[in-house]
Design a protein around this ligand. Structure first.
Ligand code: GLY
Ligand code: MN
Ligand code: MN
Length: 440
C-alpha cells in the first residue's frame, strides 16, 4: 500500500474533527515475563492511519494548523537499536509516512501545546489509555489554567475511537486484498489440519502445524488464540488449552485464522478425527451447515448483522425440533430464549484489522447498520451439547459443531472469502484423507 493511501485516510479523519485535535497513539511493547516481551502488535487504528509499525509513536491531527498531520516517533539511539532493533527516527519517518511534520517522541510534551492552539476539543481514547489521557489533560490544563485566555483552547475531551473505527467499517481494495491473503494462508492451514488429525495425535500437534503453515504462507501470526478442540472440548466456546489427545470417534472443532499484514481471518471447521462422520454427527452437522446457508442468503446490501443472526437462529431452532429436543414452536423457542442452551453466542461480528473489528453495530440513531459494499463480517453458527445435560440423548452429549466463514458485502450480494476451505460433509471426509506434507 502506498503512503498516499494512508495520507488520504488521515485527510478523511481530519474532515470529521471540525474544531478538534485528534491524538492517536501506537501500541507499546508488553512484558511477557521478566525482561522478555510479547511479539509486538501495532494498534489497528494507528496502523490504519499511518502504515507505521513503530512502537511508542503518536499521531496528532490538527485541522486548523498550517501543517495538519504530525507524527512523534522514538529518536535514533545507537545503543537501543543494538539491543532492540532499528528505529526510523523523525526525519525518515516524515518522508516514509508522508507526514506534514515529524518529531522525536521526547518532544511531545513541549510540542503539543503549539499544536492544540486554535482548537476547541481534543479527540483521544478516553477509556483504555488513561496514562496518555492524563498526560494530555495536564498539558491542556496548563494552557489556560484559569480559563481566562482569549485564544481558543480545548475545553472538551471526546472519544476518538468511534471516528476511526467508523471509517474502518468499509474496506477498500487494498484491505480486501490483505484479507484474501489471510484467507489463503488459513485455507492451507485448515486443510493441513484435516490431513494431519487422527486418533493419538494431540490437539497441540494440530495447532503447531497450522501456525507453521500460516507463517510459511506469509502470515505474521494467528489473528487470535487458536482453538483446537477435540470432542467435548469444543463445547467450551473459548477453549485454548489445546493439549488433549484426539480420540477415535470424536469430532475436532478448529477455530483458527491467520493475520496477514495486520488483517485477520477467522475460520472454524469441524470434522471427524478419524475422517468419517457418524450418523448422529452428520445429522447435527447438516443442521448447522443449513443455518449457515440461510444466513448467507441474506448477506447482501441493506440487510443487517441482526437479521443474519436471526436467520441462523430460526434455522437452528427448526433443526433442534427435528432432533426431538423441543416441542415448542420456533417462535416460542426464540421468545423464551430456549435455544440458547445449545446456541449461546451470536452468529456474526465485523472483521478487519481486528478479528472482532471495533466498528459500531448501530448508527447515530441507534438503528442497526445496514450492509454496504466493502463491509466484512463472519457467519458462525454452531450447536453445543454439554456433557452434563441429562435431558438430551446420550449420543448428543459432548458434541460440538461450529462452522465459520468471512463474508465481504459486494454491490449486489456477497463474496465468501473463505469459501475454498472444505465444509460440505463429503469434502471434509475427502480432505481428511490427504497427506499433510503437501502443505509444508
Ligand atoms: N475466533 C473468535 C470468533 O470466532 O469470534
Ligand atoms: Mn468469529
Ligand atoms: Mn472464530
Amino acid at each position: 500500500m502506498e503512503s498516499t493511501d494512508f495520507k488520504s485516510r488521515r485527510i478523511n479523519t481530519i474532515s470529521k474533527l471540525k474544531d478538534g485535535v485528534a491524538i492517536i497513539p501506537a501500541a507499546s511493547h508488553q512484558t511477557r515475563s521478566n525482561d522478555t516481551e510479547y511479539n509486538f502488535r501495532q494498534s489497528s487504528s494507528f496502523k490504519y492511519l499511518t502504515g507505521c509499525d513503530e512502537p511508542d509513536a503518536i499521531l496528532v491531527l490538527t485541522p486548523h494548523g498550517e501543517k495538519k498531520d504530525h507524527l512523534f516517533v522514538r529518536p535514533k539511539d545507537r545503543m537501543q537499536e543494538i539491543w532492540m532493533g532499528k528505529r526510523l527516527g523523525p526525519e525518515k519517518s516524515k518522508d516514509i509516512f508522508d507526514m506534514d511534520e515529524a518529531y522525536s517522541i521526547e518532544d511531545f510534551d513541549k510540542t503539543l501545546p503549539e499544536l492544540l492552539k486554535g482548537h476547541k476539543e481534543v479527540f483521544i481514547d478516553l477509556f483504555d489509555n488513561t496514562e496518555l489521557f492524563m498526560k494530555v489533560r495536564g498539558i491542556v490544563k496548563d494552557l489556560d489554567p484559569r480559563g481566562r485566555s482569549k485564544l481558543p483552547t480545548p475545553k472538551a475531551f471526546r472519544h476518538v475511537n468511534p471516528i476511526v473505527e467508523g471509517q474502518r467499517l468499509i474496506k477498500d481494495q487494498n484491505e480486501v486484498l490483505l484479507m484474501k491473503k489471510a484467507a489463503a494462508a488459513t485455507n492451507k492451514a485448515h486443510r493441513a489440519a484435516m490431513a494431519l488429525a487422527g486418533a493419538g495425535k494431540n490437539e497441540s500437534d494440530v495447532q503447531a502445524l497450522m501456525e507453521y503453515v500460516f507463517k510459511i504462507n506469509g502470515a505474521t501470526d494467528p489473528a487470535y488464540g487458536s482453538i483446537v478442540a477435540g470432542g467435548d472440548n469444543g463445547t467450551i466456546l473459548h477453549y485454548i488449552e489445546n493439549n488433549r489427545e484426539l480420540r477415535d470417534g470424536d469430532l475436532l472443532l478448529i477455530d483458527a485464522g491467520s493475520e496477514y499484514g495486520t488483517y485477520a481471518s477467522d475460520v472454524t471447521r469441524t470434522f471427524p478425527v478419524n475422517g468419517k462422520f457418524t450418523t448422529t454427527q452428520k445429522e447435527v452437522y447438516e443442521i448447522v451447515l443449513k443455518a449457515m446457508k440461510a444466513s448467507f442468503d441474506i448477506s447482501s446490501p441493506g440487510h443487517t448483522l441482526e437479521e443474519v443472526h436471526m436467520e441462523s437462529v430460526k434455522s437452528l431452532c427448526v433443526g433442534l425440533r427435528h432432533l426431538g429436543l423441543f416441542k415448542e414452536s420456533v417462535d416460542e423457542m426464540i421468545a423464551k430464549n430456549l435455544y440458547k442452551e445449545f446456541y449461546p453466542h451470536s452468529t456474526s461480528h465485523w472483521i478487519g484489522m481486528d478479528v472482532h473489528d471495533q466498528n459500531p453495530y448501530n448508527d447515530d440513531k441507534l438503528q442497526p447498520i445496514k450492509f454496504e459494499k466493502g463491509m466484512l463480517f463472519t457467519i458462525e453458527p454452531g450447536l453445543y451439547f454439554q456433557n452434563d445435560n441429562k435431558d438430551i440423548p446420550p449420543e448428543l452429549r459432548g458434541l460440538a459443531i461450529r462452522i465459520e466463514d468471512d463474508i465481504l458485502i459486494t454491490e449486489s450480494g456477497h463474496e465468501n472469502l473463505t469459501a475454498m476451505i472444505p465444509k460440505e460433509v463429503k469434502e471434509l471426509e475427502q480432505a481428511c484423507q490427504e497427506d499433510y506434507k503437501q502443505f509444508l
